[in-house]
Ligand binder design. Structure first.
Ligand code: SF4
Length: 248
């Protein structure tokens, strides 16, 4: 068993590719990378597929994504000749949601929005991560104040696994330069001011000076806006220093 703090200390001086390879080499079990096809996720997809790493690539198809995102999903599969596994919400959950709050009822309250994210994102993510040992994400510390304190590796108590964020210390400029140098396909919405892209009705372009996630659920005032993928039931980012099983 290895302490998560030790894993983070080992990974921190490494490059993102070295981090991915080290985690794959040292940790037993399934490793799942969840992509939403944003810039950072496309960088990690390039590293995983071009290096043939034994890491599953999955995405959450909420049913409310931008058409550009679906186009990029198809383009990415074509480019790498790999399938990206899509997880969709349970039919009965969406039908209950529609009956309860209507098609765009998520704007009515934070609770209504969390109910929508819960049905369309969190529950499918639980299935995507079921039985996995490691969850790889494209989080960067610079995306928001809320993510600024996150580590390259931490134990996600919400999902009960090791979460690794290989790009945690990258700047957006560095990710843009990597994507450009490697001809990585990116969402055309980025060029229109959409730096963080989620569901279409819940994402807008940024105003000058706003942080990268200000365009998500912009009608809410909470500075710690997250969709529930990276927070616990109390709304706080979940992490703790615990032991994870390593390869022997
Ligand atoms: S981002 Fe918006 S549309 Fe997408 S799941 Fe959350 S509330 Fe629903």
């Amino acid at each position: 068993m290895v302490d998560v703090t030790t894993i983070a200390a080992v990974l921190l001086p490494k490059t993102p590719l070295e981090r991915l390879k080290l985690v794959r080499d040292r940790i037993a079990g399934r490793i799942v990378f969840t992509t939403s096809f944003g810039l950072e996720d496309q960088v990690l997809t390039q590293l995983i597929f071009s290096e043939n790493l034994d890491i599953e690539v999955a995405t959450l198809d909420t049913g409310r994504l931008f058409p550009d995102t679906y186009t990029l999903w198809a383009e990415t599969e074509m480019r790498y000749g790999q399938r990206i596994r899509g997880f969709v919400p349970e039919r009965e959950h969406v039908e209950a949601l529609l009956a309860d709050q209507g098609i765009n009822g998520f704007v009515l309250s934070v609770e209504a929005r969390k109910a929508c994210c819960g049905a369309r994102k969190v529950e499918p993510l639980k299935r995507a991560l079921a039985g996995a040992a490691v969850w790889i994400t494209g989080l960067r510390a610079g995306q928001s104040a809320n993510r600024g304190s996150m580590s390259v590796a931490e134990f996600d108590a919400g999902f009960g696994l090791l979460k690794v964020n290989p790009l945690i210390d990258w700047s957006r400029e560095k990710a843009v330069a990597f994507a450009s140098a490697n001809a990585v396909p990116v969402n055309p919405l980025h060029a229109q001011g959409f730096l963080s892209i989620g569901c279409q009705p819940c994402t807008r372009a940024l105003q000058p000076g706003e942080d990268e996630r200000a365009g998500r659920w912009w009608w809410e005032n909470d500075a710690a806006k997250e969709c529930g993928l990276h927070v616990g039931a109390d709304g706080k980012l979940v992490r703790s220093g615990v032991l994870v099983e390593a390869r022997t």
